[in-house]
Design a protein around this ligand. Structure first.
Ligand code: ZN
Length: 301
């Protein structure tokens, strides 16, 4: 060290030349050390920061990878859902088509029943024609069309059932049931009278059988006469409504009385030969609007 406290002298002693002396200020080593420390600290800080930054980047990347794999998982789930939805749609479509087939079957059946029951107002629709191209793209659209058709059909069937019931009600009052069993011995129309031998109009048909054979109402109705009636003997007359009346004559016994309601086929009398009769038989007349008609025109139907 030199005497001068503010300076440091460094002596360079080469082997061949004169000693050289370099003087540097006293603060220099401290300053150099300080600068070096600052540099080192900066470097360490820099490394730390950049390491931090890199680890952040890695973490971010990891998060992104996790997100992607989540998305992929979601996608797979969605695909699976789509597949099951498609399967459901196919099933729905199949069901819809089955319903359509059933509807068409019901419609055919209905038309046949209408013919059978003699209903004049045939069904107005409510059927899906597969030949008509339906402008639908999804099974649910088709399903909604089918359900609309179904509700139309339900309404139509309700009306149809009412029609059928009314028709049955009407048919119950049409005297088309043969009232007894036996042999038809005399038809409706001109014939030679068995007593006078003169040509006379026979107002009904004669059905011969054994005494006591059941006589049944030819249709539903109300008994308007039950008793003796001159040449007709023990007679029953039934009013069926709709202009129809029936008459049952020559009975041995009468089993109903005036005012009784009778069902079609109900037992009303026993066959006999009362009144002006040549033998045991039923004389049966049908009146339509107070004129006799040929009973066979209704019964043979
Ligand atoms: Zn007769």
């Amino acid at each position: 060290m030199d005497k001068d406290k503010s300076k440091i002298s460094i002596l360079i002693v080469p082997h061949t030349q004169k000693v050289k002396r370099i003087s540097i200020p006293n603060w220099f080593p401290k300053a150099a050390l300080g600068i070096l420390s600052v540099i080192i600290i900066s470097l360490v800080l820099y490394i730390k920061i950049s390491l931090n930054y890199q680890s952040n980047l890695i973490e971010e990347a990891n998060q992104k990878i996790a997100l992607i794999s989540n998305l992929e998982e979601e996608n797979r789930n969605k695909e699976q859902k789509l597949i099951s939805l498609e399967a459901e749609n196919r099933q729905l479509l199949k069901k819809t088509e089955e319903v359509e087939v059933k509807l068409n079957e019901i419609d055919k059946l209905q038309r046949r029943l209408e013919k059978l029951a003699g209903i004049d107002s045939p069904s107005r629709g409510g059927v899906i024609d597969r030949n008509i191209e339906m402008d639908v793209s999804t099974p649910s659209e088709e399903m909604s069309i089918v359900s609309e058709v179904l509700s139309d059909k339900k309404l139509e069937l309700e009306i149809f059932i009412e029609d059928v019931e009314a028709q049955f009600e009407y048919l119950e009052t049409v005297p088309d049931l043969i009232p007894t069993s036996g042999r038809i011995t005399s038809k409706y129309g001109n014939r030679r009278d068995p007593f006078t031998r003169r040509i006379q109009f026979h107002q009904g048909i004669d059905i011969a059988g054994s005494s006591g054979t059941s006589i049944n109402a030819a249709a539903k109705g109300t008994v308007i006469f039950a008793g003796r009636n001159g040449g007709y003997g023990r007679t029953v007359i039934i009013d069926h409504g709709n202009g129809y009346k029936t008459l049952y004559a020559h009975n041995r016994e009468i089993l109903v009385k005036k005012g009784d309601m009778v069902e079609k086929g109900q037992l009303i009398a026993k066959m006999g030969s009362s009144g002006r009769s040549t033998g045991v038989h039923l004389h049966f007349e049908i009146h339509k609007n107070n004129k006799t008609i040929d009973p066979l025109s209704l019964i043979n139907n």
